[in-house]
Write a protein that binds this ligand. Sequence first.
Ligand code: ACM
Ligand code: ZN
Length: 755
Amino acid sequence: MNLLLTIAAAAMVHVIPEPSSLEVRDGSFMLSPRSAIVATSPEAASVAETVAGKIRQSTGYAIPVKGKKGDIVLVLDQSQDIPAEGYRLSVTPKKVTATASTPAGLYYALQSFLQLLPPEIESLSAVNGIRWEAPCVEIEDAPRFAWRGFHIDPCRHFLSVEDVKKQIDILSEYKINTMHWHLTDDQGWRIEIKKYPKLTEVGAWRTEFDGSVHGGFYTKDEIRDVVAYAAERFVTVVPEIEMPGHAISAIRAYPELSCNKEVVRTFYTWGTPDISLCVGSERVFEFLEDVIAEVVELFPSEYIHIGGDECRKNRWETCPACQARIKAEGIVADDEFTAEEKLQSYAVHRMEEILLKYGRKLVGWDEILEGGLTPGATVMSWRGEDGGKKAAMAGHEVIMTPSKEGMYFDHFQGDPKIEPVSIGNYTTLEKVYFYNPVPAELSENGKASFVKGVQCNNWSEYIYSPSHREYMLFPRAFALAEIAWCPAENKDFPAFCKRVDDACRRLDFRGVNYHIPLPEQPGGSCDRIALIDSATLSFTSTRPVKMVYTLDGSEPAADSKEYTEPLTFTDDAVLKIASVTPFGRLSTVRTITVEKQTPLPAVEQTFGGIRARRADGKFVTADDLKGASWKDIEIAKLRDITSLEPFNRNVPDSTRFFAVEAEGFFNVDDTDVYRFSSDCDRVWIDGKLMIDNGAEVKRYSRHDADLALAAGTHRFRLIYIFNVIGGWNSLRNKTDISIRREGDEKWKNIKILNK
Ligand code: ACM
Ligand code: ZN
């Protein structure tokens, strides 16, 4: 009986990251209106206050912090053999004791304790009628890595101080201890610098394609406030000042910082600019030194991130100052690196000299390896693990944050056809969970200790709201917390998923959004299904989750019919399907229309090739084309549409935006159901509107649709608009129409019939 109780209790313990050692004991501790935290040193009292504030909020209890007499006792004892951020936590029926050698350890002990309490403990207002009960446990715990980081990018889409704090607060509860704050980029300069006021007066703002203005920046006071708030939660804020690339917002404010003193606009599109800081110019280093002088005043962090990624060096090749610098420094190209790559290395070297004056360490993206690594540099390995491996083998510290291996949380976390648009790629919760930041090569060569830590990057090109930021971050951040804290051995994904469910429940009480896996159709999801005789739809999800559905048009609820096997349709239907968490929260509902169709008959081909016309102007959707003035144009291939005009990214107002309407004919060999897909604005087949991408970002063809066609010739019409929606320049689209026959795996482009 006792054993059974213990097993039941253990099943209720859901701590993330999983502690190194956790024993569940009989009985439980009950938080009461008389509970108090005992802290005998100022440092412990400060930790106690931070956590007590939260407990007061949800329980409504007074929870005083006292010098003695209380049921939650914090012991800060440097003589104990406990690693720096480690802790011991003992929960008995009468008393909770947290012991650590550092205040951070105490904070983490209390976070584990909070996770033993009911999820309502996370509520932002008092919840009545809860038994604030925690199972008795003995925990011993310590982290695997010293740098357990998350990155935020307010440059592409700004986020408020409140939102920054919210993320710090939540992530610190999962023992994440570093926030990499990407403060400058092409799309906005976000940190006030007194000596260069135009950086924020001008560089912090951008005018979007539609004329609206996006921007913002953090004042020095706000930054101090965030840094202090983070410090209370044992999060170190590492600022990033990008150089020598990704510096358009600075060049916008001070054109003299570029090689050609170019007048540019703060970018409203994404990507890598072709203009960089002129590192042949002493003025640029004076600027960087001035900026760093103000940055180090605000950030006590040992590390300062200087960027260094994706710097295009083409301007340097023809810049007299840059070339003079190459000559003066005796820089010569060799088999491995160009002179310009070595010039970047020279510039990073100078940044290190500046930082050393202030006793700080340099960290940069892995491109800082190109041209030779600066002696004391720490490398952030993002283009895979190779940069990290190379740097660690050479005795440099590295932070692992490889993109394709799972550390980029701006990637899709489910089927791109139905997830909100993202920058691309595919990083599921499971992939993050199984990432091991120490590559075998480093362990085998005794270099594992150079891996200082691991970090997730949260680039925000496609993050248009705070709640979407949370959707991309959670629950993947829980997996990050595990890999950053726990040993790599003994991974158990199903068990982790149970802990994730519980952690998401806690997020519910905090008003934090998160990703719930959607019901996905293997081979690519589609909301507009056609059938001739019958269609069978099956669903899966990126991690085990219950799915529920309706067929009567009503919205599914947690207790709707459960999806257990493929559904076969022989007539028109509307399927509404959603996933539901163990706590009854529904994912986004997918509405899938199933239409019984008579195959559209073949049509007569009345012309060959493409018949096209063009209208000039700034259009957002095809609806804006009413009354447009059209001119016939000649194009041989649909792809030629995107070569009609260049996009001037540096000064977009000088770009000639336009729309094209194109028509033609194609063949299908057999009578069957075909699926169509396109990033064009609208596509019609035989006069039937198949795709309408509306005012959405036109990437990843997220409005596919089926159509039954008889064997033979069919007619298409499309509208393509060259515009910028959500920062995506549609000139980068493939303007084809893709077709896939029912049952096939591969997409093809429709083949346009000539005469
Ligand atoms: C990066 O993602 N460009 C570091
Ligand atoms: Zn130059």
